[in-house]
Design a protein around this ligand. Sequence first.
Ligand SMILES: [Zn+2]
Length: 308
Amino acid sequence: MLWKGRRQSDNIEDDRSDSGGGGIGGGSPGQFRIPIGGRAGGGGSIFLVILVVLAGWYFGFDPSTILGGGDGGLLPGGGGQITDDSGGQDSGTAPANDEMKQFVATVLAETEDTWTGIFKSQGLTYEDPKLVLFSGQVRSACGFASAAAGPFYCPGDHKVYLDMTFFQQLDQQFGASGEFARAYVIAHEVGHHVQNLTGIMGKFNQMRQGMSEADSNQLSVRIELQADCFAGVWAHYTGQKGILEQGDFESALNAAKQIGDDTLQKKMQGYVVPESFNHGTSQQRQTWLARGYKSGKLSDCNTMSGAI
Ligand SMILES: [Zn+2]
């Protein structure tokens, strides 16, 4: 990705030296599920998406319900199971990663530009999310979280949380290398922010209350796949700027494959439990990422109804 020299976002909060906000924790299990889902109406506009969502699920949601249910981030939820290896800790690497920080800030800026344009085309205003860099653990409006849970988005404070050591994990443990694999991680979380702004996430959190775990997981998969599709939409516009290099999108596709529920479960426990899937299989994640990328249309990101 030809990112150097491009605009860097000011919306980065570097909390890496905070070492986790004091350790006491807000009590919450740092593990967020992922919410949101989206729905795209026929015309491909966010406005239609909202209309459809409202028509389908509207019954005013209580923002407080969102607070409890942060976003599931990029990885399947099993608290901590995913990472017992290179997890955060290494505070020594923190401030050193300036180039990586610049990369993150640049990708974030690219998402700001793209989503601002898409929202504007629908007469809406995009509100930039913040991206918090942390090391090891962090406190968010969604509770206390450990880097082991992977990057996540908290709808309660409109922030994406990222411990950049996850990128090493992505490369070494998950076998997903490449800058654009990392960009995809960020774009996926920003996709959840878009779902939050458009009301989809709130509806999702509301809908899953009282649901059985299995049903909630199924709904979660739809939300996650939509975030992947939105990441693809972003990649589509990024490609139009001429800053993608050969192999970039493929590295994102590979990342989507490597973090699919089935692939991760096979790798970690040797077998799969489909009822527990909450992010989608490798094939599903690749399919939706590619779908968004191909057309750049939100209307192609309707994961909330029909087969996925
Ligand atoms: Zn997610």
